[in-house]
Ligand binder design. Structure first.
Ligand SMILES: C[S@@+](CC[C@H](N)C(=O)[O-])C[C@H]1O[C@@H](n2cnc3c(N)ncnc32)[C@H](O)[C@@H]1O
Length: 279
């Protein structure tokens, strides 16, 4: 297991994913009832955007860095940036810390991380967040044990590193299995560009599994693939999210920010985005 999110934290994919997560949590908070957030692949929680790792890739500079430099931003990007700024300059919060910062006293977060060092760092970040619990383990294995949540209102983020060839299939299977246990849950599955061809096939599997409310969001920043260095994968050019049970109004909220993100975070010509209902 080689993946370290410190090289990628705050990149364009994180921006899209985390803006979507903020939008969903804000939606759930409209009701007074408690909610749960389950983050199956949590990472260490907070990242230094001036670290050697971040500077090596400059992904944060081309992602959250560009966004923070804007004088105004539309829609849900505004509360998202408020949360990011609240962690201080040069620090970028990962999904578990974004969620922890948004929770009310009666809400709950369970964040699962497999890598022992990342888990230890994450646990420390939860000091001061009594509603948040870090679990050391395999997110796919732990998820079914956490469902259905006692709150009966929850969002589950599945954000794997895609080091394995079958990672998308595992993620999709996890969503289907979780939906069987807890059909009302909101599920967010993140995927990188290399998985795009599989998403359409997965839509059929979701329908067969009785999942009739799902949304697919694709965004391509028009990046020119960098020349392939020895032993390194080409730079990621596009990203996407699959959402099961998207909240009412979520698609409109994403439609309001994607054109702005495409233009501010564009890395080459031909940036594009698409929101598709998977019915
Ligand atoms: C893309 S990063 C997560 C980023 C985080 N969700 C965020 O948005 O800030 C993926 C993380 O999953 C961890 N990981 C890999 N396999 C895992 C597994 N089976 N269960 C839980 N965590 C895993 C990696 O160590 C890495 O920290």
């Amino acid at each position: 297991m080689n993946y370290r999110h410190a090289y990628h934290a705050g990149n364009f994919a994180d921006v899209v994913k985390h803006a979507a997560l903020v939008s969903v949590i804000l939606h759930l908070k409209k009701k007074d009832k408690p909610l749960a957030v389950i983050d199956t692949h949590a990472g260490r929680g907070v990242y230094d955007t001036a670290s050697a790792e971040a500077e090596k890739t400059s992904e944060a500079a081309d992602g959250i860095g560009r966004l923070l430099a804007q004088s105004s931003v539309p829609g849900v990007l505004s509360p998202y940036l408020d949360i990011v700024r609240s962690f201080g300059e040069g620090r970028y919060p990962g999904s578990p810390l974004i969620a922890a910062r948004m929770l009310r006293g009666s809400d709950r977060l369970v964040a699962i991380e497999f890598h022992p060092e990342e888990y230890e760092l994450l646990k420390k970040q939860f000091t001061g967040f009594p509603q948040a619990r870090a679990l050391h383990g395999d997110g796919y294995r732990e998820l079914p044990r956490l469902l259905p949540p006692r709150e009966r209102r929850a969002v589950v983020l599945i954000d794997p590193p895609y080091e394995r060839e079958d990672e998308f299939a595992r993620g999709a299977e996890a969503v289907i299995a979780a939906h069987r246990r807890f059909a009302n849950g909101i599920y967010i599955l993140w995927y990188p560009a290399k998985m795009l061809p599989l998403v359409s096939a997965t839509a059929g599997e979701l329908l067969n599994a009785g999942i009739h409310s799902a949304l697919r969001i694709d965004i391509d920043f028009g990046a020119k693939p960098a020349p392939r260095a020895e032993g390194r994968a080409p730079a990621m050019t596009a990203t996407g999210l699959l959402l099961v049970n998207p909240p009412f109004g979520f698609a409109d909220e994403m439609a309001a920010i994607l054109p702005f993100l495409s233009s501010v975070l564009a890395q080459g010509l031909g940036a594009s985005h698409r929101i598709t209902a998977l019915a």
